[in-house]
Design a protein around this ligand. Sequence first.
Ligand code: ADP
Ligand code: ZN
Ligand code: ZN
Length: 736
Amino acid sequence: MHGTPHIVQVAVPTPLHRCFDYLSAGQHPALQPGVRVRVPFGRRREVVGVVVGATAQSTLAHERLKRISQVLDSEPVLSDAMLALLSWAADYYHHPIGEVLHTALPALLRRGRAAAVAGPAVWRLTAAGRAVKKEALTRAPLQRRLLEALAAAPDGMTAVALATVSHRWSSAIKVLQAKGWVSVQRQAPPPVSGQSLDQAPALNPAQQKAAAAITAGFGAYQCCLLHGVTGSGKTEVYLHAIEQAVAAGRQALVLVPEIGLTPQLVQRFKRRIRAPIAVLHSGLSDQERLDAWLRARAGTAAVVLGTRSAVFTPLKHPGLIVVDEEHDTSYKQQDGFRYSARDVAVMRASREGIPVVLGSATPSLESLNNARQGAYRLLELPERTGGAGMPSVAVLDMRRLAPVDGLSHPLRMAIAERLDKGEQSLLFLNRRGFAPVWMCHKCGWVAPCRRCDAKLTFHHRRRKLLCHHCGAESKLLERCPACGDGDLHPLGEGTERVEAALARLFPRARVVRIDRDSTRRKGALDEKLKRVYGGEADILVGTQMLSKGHDFPNVTLVGVVNADHGLYSVDFRSGERLFQQLVQVSGRAGRGDKPGRVLLQTYHPDNPVFAALLHQDYREFADFALEERRQTHYPPFSHLAMLRAESPQPGNALKFLHRARDLGGKQADAGSVEIMEPVPSPMERRAGRYRAQLLVQSRQRGVLQRFLSGWMALLTESKEGKKVRWSLDVDPIDMY
Ligand code: ADP
Ligand code: ZN
Ligand code: ZN
């Protein structure tokens, strides 16, 4: 093998849907799939790529092949199993493999840094080192003794341990490293939880049944859909199953929507699990993220808790995957490689042969349908724990109630009652800032964003107009630029305005606002949540940051200031989203021993969404919504993909999509795929780019996938495709 040139296939981060061939000079017997290499690419530069295979023959003539500049790893950073999962994802989402592999790697590894944690160095045998015959080293006895010692230490050896073999170990180990037989890594000591552990509550019968169903399935693939009402103890079921997995020497991967929003959840895990936990959240430094990733890969982190991208964390001994709030839209990557972490989690579990639990109070219609088809096992927790009942819900018809700063009289009365009783109220409003519109009272002009088809939001504290879509800031105009003499005023309500109104209406109440503006400073969210939990807040006002996952036992009133958001959106999923959001936010009420009350303010009280909410029956809603999907041929009863394009030049995106439609129409499968008319996106201009979209639909998943593969190849080559930025969005899947 030595000396013969090798051709290896390397995935590099480019929009092209293929790998590239490179020459390796053969002195790297460890050039296995999953090893990172630095390679020349194009005229521009060198890039970090990942070896995905080897080949004897290249389509390029031998002398035109370029040489690998540097091999970055002595052992693969991605295992065969991870590589297989990622190439499945590249196929399934029709995204270039090089970019998919890059998504799965921590930033430092993408940039070519060593796959090593900051900590004492640890030496290990490589696969090549394990294959070495002892006779090969009869002339180098020290090297041989070191190899034997390392072979007996699967977790590797530190400098201290190696020195016990010989005090001359250092130069000999360098020779072994140069031969590719030994690799060195820095290994952080596993973090020790200094906290005393919490006692687990005894599970109630429904929880026991669910937990038993999950743990009985250890060692094989099974997807459980844990549908439990808000506060029914789903997290306890996860914790129980995770403890069992960890006790059996296996690792658990836990995905949550947004960790930054729920520091209490992280604490709850740390106080319960007697094993090292790696938490992957956006606040980590690149080195910390790499350390966590490596600890997961080495098996020293027993539990990995993270958001969307954590689904690609390598695990040495995978045992269980949990996806909390599986319906949450944050699991879907919204640009570039548009994967769904929930779906990848299910596929990963199926490939690894381990169970996966999808939990939610409001499961997605896709998952519910999978359960009804028998592909997922449905586990239900129909009641809240500890005898807390479900909150009672009432709809307030805002057409008849004159609101003050968005708050109706009955809602204000209900808040006053809670204040008298020393209980907390939570007001939910999905709009930050003071007012969503800044308007001239004389001529009706409203302040627009210069770069988006959107209005600017008035922020009172900052005395600015901000665009919530592109982040643009603009000065606060006092005079109307259109008619020249009108006064400008805020119209509508945001969280800032409601906060100000509450301070005026209830001067003695302690109001805490939680939204992206009020929690920008590091630690601010944590500090505010502590005040709420510690009873130092009477009224909470906030956006969806408050609707997810929190367990505030003293909140007995939830007021939804404007329940109509998203009621008449064009997206066929908007009804489902609205319902889920309202159930989730309502679920924050009455989780302790005091009953909860929910007041929904709406201008459309006759909308069927509210009738279903009054009954508090998610299944009733799901039956209705699934039937509607069936009749309108929407998913899960058909399969969709959306091709999106954008360009700074008006018209380019649409032009490309029209071309794409023509190219698609010529394909073999085109007869069984419906290609719709390209249309401008709902907000056509965003951050200075004009956007458009094109929907394709088919009754059969396989047909659609074949069509998309051929289509993507044509689009990558098309000259129109080079002028715009485009990407494909493949809808959630039926995994069976
Ligand atoms: P969910 O995840 O469904 O919202 P949690 O697991 O957070 O529910 O449970 C809600 C509350 O009930 C938490 O305070 C939790 O500690 C408590 N709890 C859960 N299960 C039990 C149980 N079996 N016995 C007593 N308390 C429980
Ligand atoms: Zn005007
Ligand atoms: Zn904007």
